[in-house]
Ligand binder design. Structure first.
Ligand code: B12
Ligand code: SF4
Ligand code: SF4
Length: 310
């Protein structure tokens, strides 16, 4: 019953869905915790980005009956800034704009779809890539992000936990994560990564070298980031663009957001992370694409793109 309803819902929406006994959540969290204990990723990075590792009561301890993971195709979007002599058009990679909206929207849809949940469906914060891979919903690229069949890597991953049992549970296809077959003879993403975050000597990303790790956080750029590395408002699209498994699958939409010259100047002047003048109008525009949380880094990032003259 739930199996059919979930499959039909996903097919209708163009999503992919899979679910498994809730014990899978504990398994992937323990695997990541064991890596972190060995310093992969480095401990300062784990503390900042994988906060759940130090939480006393994790969702896995609460032993959900079922975890549901959903892969949703999502486009990159363009955004524009008026500089004195030209318009700077840049990209916001997939998942930034979707994240705020999709978590709640999909949770609501699943609750409506499956009465047996009785409204009991919690967002799962941690380890979504690892969960999706273990469910056979995605494969890892050498670049460490996940690819779902027919969608490429431009996907948002959502994960949910419930104490309800959902009809016949899909047994995860493989209890191991898999890599794309294409990676064996490729390596383009590793060559293209502007900061050397995709390592030669291990599979796990050197996350502390990833441009995204730095352009999402306020503060000065580390000196080892080459000025020409910057390529998006936040995040980075370099390795997804060069990947043959994304051929024909990358979609870009226009966000419709344009900052006029005064707003752009105010943003760039707030390069140290302080609130820009014209804050209200800037915030209103960012709110339309659910990006105002990134206000403290946008001025600095726009300045870096403008200096690069892209
Ligand atoms: C922390 C985080 C980051 C960090 C660290 C990234 C990382 N690779 O860990 C930073 C800030 C650098 C980052 C960057 C980006 N992120 Co991010 N990020 C997350 C977050 C919050 C947690 C990821 C996590 O658990 N990392 C911990 C590591 C240990 O987990 P893992 O990468 O799955 O590692 C497993 C594999 O390496 C595997 N493994 C190890 N060895 C081997 C060997 C083989 C052969 C195989 C098959 C597997 C394998 O075991 C590990 C688990 O133990 C998730 C959202 C979430 N709530 O889960 C989003 C998420 C992963 N990010 C996402 C995105 C889109 C990005 C960016 C592309 C941003 C952008 N658009 O510009 C970049 C991509 C960087 C990259 N190359 O991975 C998406 C990914 C969607 C997708 N297609 O997979 C997610 C899922 C957000 C979402 N809701 O959709 N991100
Ligand atoms: S660019 Fe090549 S090596 Fe990298 S993820 Fe894509 S297929 Fe794999
Ligand atoms: S997001 Fe950019 S910096 Fe990070 S691993 Fe990919 S190509 Fe390298």
């Amino acid at each position: 019953m739930s199996e059919n309803a979930l499959k039909e819902w996903a097919a209708r929406k163009g999503y992919r869905v899979a679910w498994a006994p809730g014990t899978l959540l504990g398994e992937v969290q323990r695997e990541i915790a064991a890596r972190a204990a060995k310093g992969e990723p480095q401990s300062w990075f784990a503390q900042k980005w994988l906060g759940w590792l130090t939480e006393t009561q994790s969702q896995a301890d609460a032993q959900p009956e079922t975890v549901i993971v959903v892969a949703v195709p999502c486009p990159a979007c363009t955004i524009r800034f008026m500089l004195p002599e030209r318009v700077l058009t840049t990209l916001i990679p997939p998942t930034y704009v979707e994240d705020n909206r999709a978590n709640e929207e999909i949770r609501r849809e699943l609750i409506e779809l499956l009465p047996e949940l009785n409204g009991d469906l919690e967002l799962v914060g941690p380890a979504r890539k690892a969960l999706a891979a273990r469910l056979g919903l995605t494969s890892y690229g050498l670049n460490n992000i996940s690819y779902s069949e027919g969608m490429g890597s431009h996907i948002w991953l959502g994960a949910f936990a419930t104490s309800a049992r959902l009809g016949p549970c899909l047994e995860p296809k493989s209890r191991r994560a898999e890599t794309l077959a294409e990676c064996e003879t490729c390596g383009r993403c590793r060559d293209a990564c502007p900061t050397g975050a995709i390592a030669q000597d291990r599979f796990l990303l050197r996350a502390e070298r990833c441009l995204t790790c730095w352009n999402e956080l306020p503060g000065p750029w580390p000196s080892w980031i080459p000025p020409n590395a910057h390529n998006c408002l936040v995040g980075c699209m370099v390795y997804q663009e060069v990947c043959p498994c994304n051929d024909g699958l990358l979609k870009t939409v226009d966000s419709g957001v344009l900052f006029d010259e005064a707003e752009t100047k105010a943003l760039i002047a707030s390069v140290d992370g302080g609130a820009p003048t014209l804050e209200a109008s800037i915030r209103t525009k960012l709110d339309t694409i659910a990006m105002s949380g990134y206000m403290p880094v946008i001025g600095r990032n726009v300045a870096a793109l403008a200096d690069r003259n892209v």
